[in-house]
Write a protein that binds this ligand. Structure first.
Ligand SMILES: [Zn+2]
Length: 108
């Protein structure tokens, strides 16, 4: 993908559509933060953990790629278990042979 191009497939979007997309993405991020915080509160209480445990784990995860940037680098492409072709991260089945793509919950 050339630098600066949108990572989404499909026709070009007008500025109004892009603005709506940004508003929706902000709402999605807020909702996910709320869900994450609620889940953390449950886990912290049930497992008798502390916020320091969470921070330590976040830092450990962040540094897996060697960069302290609060991000994980994109996972490398996987190959189809049936035909061995490189799989698209955006498809639920192999575009060559139709084999279902195994779920990778934290793939980026
Ligand atoms: Zn395949």
């Amino acid at each position: 993908m050339p630098s600066g191009s949108a990572p989404f497939a499909g026709p070009p979007r007008d500025s109004r559509t892009l603005e709506r997309d940004v508003v929706q993405l902000h709402a999605d991020v807020e909702r996910l933060l709320l869900i994450s915080e609620a889940l953390w509160r449950i886990v912290r209480e049930k497992c008798e953990l502390s916020d320091a445990d969470l921070i330590r784990e976040i830092e450990k995860l962040d540094l897996e790629d060697g960069l302290p940037d609060y991000r994980k680098k994109p996972t490398p492409p996987r190959n189809c278990p049936k035909c061995q072709r490189v799989l698209s991260k955006k498809r639920a089945v192999c575009s060559i042979c139709g084999e279902p793509v195994p779920i990778e919950p934290f793939e980026r």
